[in-house]
Design a binder for this molecule. Structure first.
Ligand code: KG4
Ligand code: ZN
Length: 346
């Protein structure tokens, strides 16, 4: 069976994985670059340097865990984009060099397609057809996936990504980065009804033919939060209101994401939802989707380890592309804006 080494360096996780065949994960190491916490967001130049420093050790760790050597690897799969260009280049260069040295093929993987495959590594049922909601720090996409390799984009964000919205909101509330988990924690003790935020780009009058039916927008919500925080701060009540503000903000984001995802379920007639990306960790999002979908449907979400950036999903996607004969040459390059393969607009 094909032994694949996957490599992921598109943002602030340095990761390597050894996958046998389609879904036997033999080794998997994820190194999260904690240093970015100091700055409240990922600093690209620091990310590239950290990838460079740690990638050798991360690959070695994954190989050791798998009990195989570099020579045993049949195919190298690397994230070629989208992402931070300097960070991507570290992984792509490593993968090409290893492939060239061993006389093995290298496959360039699209990071967002990989998020679609991540869930399937743990949930065999998370295969097409399904409605997918990809929500990470850099992307927000609602997709219809009739088959692997065929992607219909129903909606996307027009400004901030969902994870970015959580990160910026946390910063406004004085909560630590990454924002999603901080807001979730703060919201636990909060009453979402004390502050109500208007749901951006969402109203009942929207029709399926309009782009607004599926598209997202989160930057206005961030401004609304900032204004509310200013008012509350002026009244000297910020500390006491943080949990309520966090809960109300989370509620607004989740309501918009869940409503539009359920619209896709209705229109496609497909009752299987697959989540991907860091925001898929949101307990509120999972619970709301499950509640609205009801008993006859299924919401598949990856475990925290596979929902954030990781190399297992890269190896899984490389396996798919490789079995279709899609191998890159040594001219494979990193691209910050790599187009999603097989994606078409509805
Ligand atoms: O997929 P990911 O690890 O990295 C990107 O490719 O962007 O996603 C990271 C994002 C961050 O914005 C983080 O705030 C968000 O996922 N996130 C969450 C939660 N856990 C992580 N957002 C909401 N609720 C969570 N529990
Ligand atoms: Zn990602």
């Amino acid at each position: 069976m094909t032994l694949i080494l996957g490599i992921e360096t598109s943002c602030d996780e340095t990761s390597a994985a050894v996958l046998r065949g389609e879904d036997e994960l033999l080794g998997h190491v994820i190194f999260t670059q904690d240093v970015h916490r100091l700055y409240g967001g990922v600093v690209p130049e620091i990310a590239s340097r950290a990838h460079l420093r740690t990638l050798d050790d991360v690959v070695e760790g994954a190989l050791r865990e798998a009990g195989v050597g570099l020579d045993d690897i049949d195919v190298f799969g690397v994230t070629a984009g989208p992402g931070l260009i300097g960070a991507l280049l570290v992984g792509v260069s490593w993968g090409k060099a290893a492939a060239w040295a061993g006389g093995k093929p290298v496959v360039g993987v699209h990071h967002m397609e990989a998020h679609l495959f991540a869930t399937q590594l743990e949930h065999p049922d998370a295969r097409p057809p399904f409605v997918a909601l990809l929500v990470s720090g850099g992307h927000t996409m609602l997709l219809w996936v009739p088959a692997w390799g065929e992607y219909v984009q129903l909606g996307a964000t027009r400004d901030d990504a969902a994870g970015e919205a959580f990160d910026k909101a946390a910063k406004i509330l004085g909560l630590p980065y990454p924002g999603g988990p901080s807001i979730q924690r703060a919201a636990e003790g909060g009453d979402p009804s004390r502050h109500r935020f208007t749901r951006p780009l969402l109203n009942r009058g929207q029709r399926p033919a309009e782009a607004e039916y599926y598209d997202f927008s989160f930057s206005g919500l961030k401004t609304a939060l900032r204004n509310r925080v200013r008012d509350v701060e002026r009244a000297g009540e910020l500390e006491a209101e943080v949990p309520h503000l966090a809960a109300a903000f989370q509620d607004a984001v989740v309501d918009v994401l869940a409503t539009k995802t359920l619209r896709a379920v209705r229109e496609t007639g497909c009752r299987r939802i697959v989540l991907g990306g860091g925001v898929a960790n949101s307990r509120a999002l999972r619970a709301e989707l499950t509640r609205r979908l009801g008993g006859s449907g299924a919401v598949h979400a990856p475990s925290p380890r596979l929902s954030t950036d990781n190399a297992a999903m890269i190896a899984r996607t490389a396996h798919f592309r490789y079995t279709r004969g899609e191998v890159a040459g040594l001219d494979l390059n990193a691209r910050a804006d790599l187009p999603f393969p097989g994606l078409r607009k509805r």
